[in-house]
Design a protein around this ligand. Sequence first.
Ligand code: COI
Length: 364
Amino acid sequence: MSPTIELRPTPNPLSDAERTARMQSLGFGQTFTEHMVVIPYEEGLGWGQAVLQPYGPLSLDPATSVLHYGQAIFEGFKAYRQPDGGIKTFRAERNAERFIASAKRLAMAELPVELFMAAADALIRQDAAWVPSKAGESLYLRPFMIGTDAQLGVRPSRKYLFVLIASPSGNYFPSGVKPVTVWISEEYVRAAPGGTGAAKFAGNYAASLLAQANARAEGCDQVVWIDAVHRKYIEEMGGMNIMFAYEENGRPVVVTPELTGTLLPGVTRESLLQLAKDFGWGAEERKITVEDWDHDIRSGRMTEAFACGTAAVITPIGRVKSRHGEFAVHHGETGPVASKLRKALLDIQHGHAADPHGWMRAVV
Ligand code: COI
C-alpha cells in the first residue's frame, strides 16, 4: 500500500490568471508552486506523518545542525505535460534510490522509495496546473533533506526534515542550448576518493562555486573538473556529467568518464548511454584525460563534447580553455550527436516518442 500523505492545501489558492502570469517566460528554479510536502524523521520513532501544506518558510532553531555541520542532500527530477494533457515523471525512482545512497554517505536517515514517490505524486497532483506545456518546459521537483537536531555536538543528527518543493522551469542556462566555453580547473578539485563526490550533497555544490567564479574570470561559462589524484582524468562539468562523441568505423561512439566513486551517477547520463545503444552507436564508460581530449579533437577522432544533467538535459561544449591553451570543439557549434540525443530524450519525456524502457510514469 502506498504511504498516505495528509493533504492540507492552501485555503487561498491563486487565481488562474495570477498563476498564468507567474508562469510567463520561465527560467530555472525561479518560480515555485503553491505547495510543498514535509516529512519529519526522529531516531527511535522513524518517519512521521507526511504532510502536503502551503509552500512557505521553514522555521529553524539557530542551533539546527545543518546550519553548522552541513548535513544536507537533495535531488532533482522533472514532470512533463503530455500531449493528452496528462502528466508523467521521468525515472523518479532512480532519484529516490540515489537519495538513499546520498543519505547513507552523509550518515542521514534513509527515506523509503515508496514515501519519496508518494510525496512526489501528491505534490504533482495538487499543483498539476503548474506543470507547463511548452517544448523544453517542465515541472522541476526538488526533494531535499536536512539534519534538524538543535545541538552543537559534531555527530549525525538524530532528527531530519525531508521537504519536496516544485518549480515550473524552462531552460537552465539563460542562453538556451548555445555551446558553452569551459575552463579546466587545475587549482581546485570537486571530489577526492573516499569523499562525497558520488552523493548529491549540498556541500559539493558550495565547494564548486569558487572554481566556477574562477572559470568566469577566465572568460568561460563553466568549470571542468579533473581527478584529485592524478590530476589528468576528466570528471564532470560544473554540476553535470560530461560526454564525448567519437567517430569510429563510420558510427558515433559516446564516451563518458566511468563512475569511480568521485562522480555523480547521473540519471540523464545513464539514459543517454542507453539511447546511444538504442541507436546502434557505441557507448563506453572509461577514463579519459585532458590530453586525450585535446589530441583526439585535433586528430578528428573526437567530434563533439557535451554535458548532461536533469536541469539542462544536454549542453554542448564549444570551446575548452586551460592554463596551457585552448581549442574549439565542433567549430564551437552544437554537433549532430548532441542534437540527436537531446531530441530523442526530450521526445520521450514530452510524450512525442515511444518509451521503450518504461522511463515515464503517469501521475495525472
Ligand atoms: C542537474 O544537472 O540537474 C544538476 O544537478 C544541476 C542542479 C544542481 C541545478
